[in-house]
Design a protein around this ligand. Structure first.
Ligand SMILES: Nc1ncnc2c1ncn2[C@@H]1O[C@H](COP(=O)(O)OP(=O)(O)O)[C@@H](O)[C@H]1O
Ligand SMILES: [Mg+2]
Length: 273
């Protein structure tokens, strides 16, 4: 779906934010990207639909080169990005207008726009807020509106950059569930987070450090490698599993998905001994 070849990028006057990145994102894949603050995750995300273009190397989306300005509208139609801070993305006075903005830019007919907006409002449970100003919504509703704004464009690939980091855990889980649902529909998902716990549904996870990809693998594999890695804030259940492992108690990766599954596993282990 998206290919990065020897991609390097520096912000004006800054140190290199991406250093020689090679990455192939497959059609229908759920790719997780983790790394500490400043490791280049957002810079990489911005390269995926040409919001930033590589200084060296090349990014292609289904073969379309992001340095080719004439192809950017097509690229943006294929790849949509949702950012951490939804307020920066609202353009409409109401939720409904906000959702229509993307398809209007794609020059779709008013009838088609209405169909898409109504469908996405229903799918995301935002119908009751359709006439509200997006700026008056709660964090979770706002993030959901930002996601809905990208969904109306019907992109093939959706990129999420730390979208749950400003939400309370309940709203974060709800947003993550919707994103996992998109994957079931065959969409390609790129999910940037510093929380490995959010990547249970990922097919593959890459770890970034100082603008480079330093590790790559299935989440289960990273789960057993990463604990003890300084600087990566490990979420509580994964950290707890790592601490228990040091004491010879092995809680498998899939059981770290929720406190309930974790507790069940602990009970199971202890009733055996
Ligand atoms: N707009 C910007 N101007 C200058 N430097 C930036 C800008 N955005 C990010 N950087 C720098 O680029 C590096 C990578 O940042 P970023 O991609 O935002 O990392 P992450 O998303 O992993 O926190 C950091 O050193 C950061 O300070
Ligand atoms: Mg970032």
């Amino acid at each position: 779906m998206i290919r990065l070849e020897n991609v390097s990028y520096s912000y004006p006057g800054g140190t290199p934010a991406l250093r020689n990145i090679n990455l192939e994102i497959e059609e229908g894949e759920f790719l997780g990207i983790i790394g500490r603050n400043g490791s280049g995750k957002s810079t990489l995300a911005l390269h995926l639909n040409g919001l930033l273009r590589p200084e060296k190397g090349k990014v292609t989306v289904r073969g379309l080169d992001t340095r080719d300005f004439a192809r950017l509208p097509e690229i943006r139609k294929l790849v949509g990005i949702v950012f951490q801070n939804p307020e920066t993305q609202f353009v409409g006075r109401t939720v409904e207008e906000d959702l229509a903005f993307g398809p209007e830019n794609l020059c779709l007919s008013p009838a088609e726009i209405r169909v898409r907006v109504d469908r996405v409002l229903a799918e995301t449970g935002l119908e009751k807020y359709r006439h509200r100003s997006p700026k008056t919504l709660s964090g979770g509703q706002g993030q959901c509106t930002a996601l809905a704004g990208v969904l109306t464009m019907e992109p093939e690939c959706l990129v999420f950059d730390e979208v749950t980091s400003m939400l309370d855990p309940g709203s974060g889980t709800a947003v993550l569930k919707r994103i996992e649902g998109l994957r079931e529909k065959g969409k390609t998902i790129v999910y940037v987070t510093h929380n490995l716990e959010e990547l249970h549904a990922a097919d593959r996870v890459i770890v970034m450090e100082q603008g480079k990809i330093v590790r790559e693998g299935q989440p289960e594999k990273l789960f057993s490698d990463l604990p003890g890695d300084p600087g990566l804030a490990l979420p509580s259940l994964i950290e707890l599993a790592a601490q228990l492992r040091a004491h010879g108690i092995h809680v498998p990766w899939e059981k770290t998905r929720s406190p309930e599954t974790f507790a069940e596993e602990i009970c199971r282990l202890f009733s055996k001994t």
